[in-house]
Ligand binder design. Sequence first.
Ligand SMILES: NCCCNCCCCCC(=O)CS
Ligand SMILES: [Zn+2]
Length: 668
Amino acid sequence: MGTALVYDEEMTKYKLLWVDPACKIEVPERLTASYEALVRSGLSGRCVSVPARQASDAEILLVHSEEYLEAVKKTPYMTLEDLKEFTLQYGDVYFHPNIYHCAKLAAGSVLQLVDSIMTGKVRNGIALVRPPGHHSMRGAANGFCVFNNVAIAARYAKQKYGVKRVLIVDWDIHHGQGVQYCFEDDPSVLYFSWHRYEHQKFWPHLRESDYDSVGKGSGAGFNINVPWNKVGMENSDYLSVFCHVLLPAAYEFCPDLVLVCAGFDSAIGDPEGEMCATPDIFAHLTHLLMNLAGGKLCAALEGGYNLTSLAQSVCQTVQTLLGDPLPRLANLRSPCISALESLQCARSAHRQYWSFLKHAANPPLPEISTKPIKLAKEEEEPAETAEEESSGEAKVWPEPPQRSCPPVCSASVLPDDVAGADGLKRLSTSGALQPRLVNKLKNHFTKAADDGDAVATISRLHTLMEKMLTNEIGNGLALVPDVAAATMCFAQDLASDLVDRVLVVCVGNATGLNYVTTDGRALVVHISGEDGEERKSKYYIPVRLKQGCGDTSGFLQAVLGLLLPLGYEYDPGLVLLGRMPESGVGDGMWQQLIGLLRGFAKGHTLVLMQANEEACMGPTASALLGHPAAPLQELGAPFPQDGDALERLRERLQADWKMLQTTGRMDC
Ligand SMILES: NCCCNCCCCCC(=O)CS
Ligand SMILES: [Zn+2]
């Protein structure tokens, strides 16, 4: 199933008709720059084009009041003076004779996306729209927004398709207060937003944008705010919040539909956000949401005012929706202290609502000042333009890396063109494997099986990996006589002479995996139901689930809170996933694991399974081919001792692995 793209150039046909420094950046070129970049890159041609349509009154009234709608309806007939007058009653927004028409198209475009996804015409999609929506409220326009496109879409999906739970992820750099107000007492809509806040000194200066606004009444816990109290946040800050706050809550919430307030003013170069996350981060943010709700993801453009980073970010997002391999995120740094404080505050505020946080450390939080904030002088009179305001240095960043299109991946059994001992000889003579290595490999295997098929296995593995690294295939699946032996020998010998770092993930009980690499060429994460060998090296991490790998909520917490951050920090060139016999891991969880691991190493994942596990071949191949994993059933709390042990393990490891940190050193 494909990816829908909704775009209509009619939505470029309104603009600011008078001088207003606060609104100057919201220009029609935002849409044309985004769309033309998709056309130029060939991405628009790979999407299913879905036409825009105007939202009906009834649809707009799902969120807005009649008097507000009636008032906006009058704007097409207003004179310039009337429009200016009309605008004055709202904040940081402007009206135009054609903006009502465009606002109906913007809202209708997102509804068209919801229809295409819910009727199974496409898997996911994006709507390039303006005016944006997430600041508009029931009775008021605000922050360039007229109708709340995404809030209307959430209500529409529930009403028309009986969707039970909607997750709204707002990665725009501003707080979508309109969305928060709409759903704050509604437990069927989980709203997550990060936003530039600077302790309320940044627009829209709302006390309720802070982390302690968790929702009201039965909606308590279903509103997650992560305020950024400093500018300059980077990729590692964003990923940490996804791994340690959003994703665990999202999986526990188990949504039927994911809506994204896809604002790209959170990217580097944007005059509003002043952050430093690069456009390729949106490839990963999108990917990390794509295994929820069976892949039903609907993104709607919100902000984004630097036309270069906006266009690049839109392309990164669309290319991921299409299923292409992700770019590797180079040299992630440790999350900054301010980000860690925000992370810790959000986790603490939600500790009582989410089982994944039940065992989280609970240090006291700093006092939130209740005194009214004193806006800095310039905040009262906006500076001429944001560009002039900043000290003039234009941000520069590297063009996002060219991403390979998905090669045909041999996700079925190994290519059997390299069979038997002669295959290995061919490999060794072809210089692919030095003879000394051949002998080492053979003795690794011979104890596992007789010489013949051990040798065959080795040569097949090597061939598969070579094809992966030349991008001839994306990923692969190998059935081997002895998974533990194959995994270790592959990591130790085959892979490490072909890639600089191999992430080895072992699932299920096994011995002989405590393979110690001091040089860090392999990082082994072993998730099992019994004590792994004890940790001798930074690069061997046994994760023990007392309830075994069949405990999906414990397993998932280990994957989201440990494996993902480790994987991002380690940045492997290849992922090796070994499924030990009788691991007990469920098919759904297994597919989610493969889906998430595909985000590393440009999707180069090699799965090793015991030859007799045919039953698992289908689900594995489907996940390797990029089909969305089946949604997990509602997750209970991880068993107490496991939840507690995982938190303790994370705290122990964070000295070595910075992406595992979740607390700032706040002196309260
Ligand atoms: N009143 C002092 C200047 C504040 N600037 C307001 C900018 C509104 C941004 C809204 C937006 O980007 C939607 S995503
Ligand atoms: Zn914004």
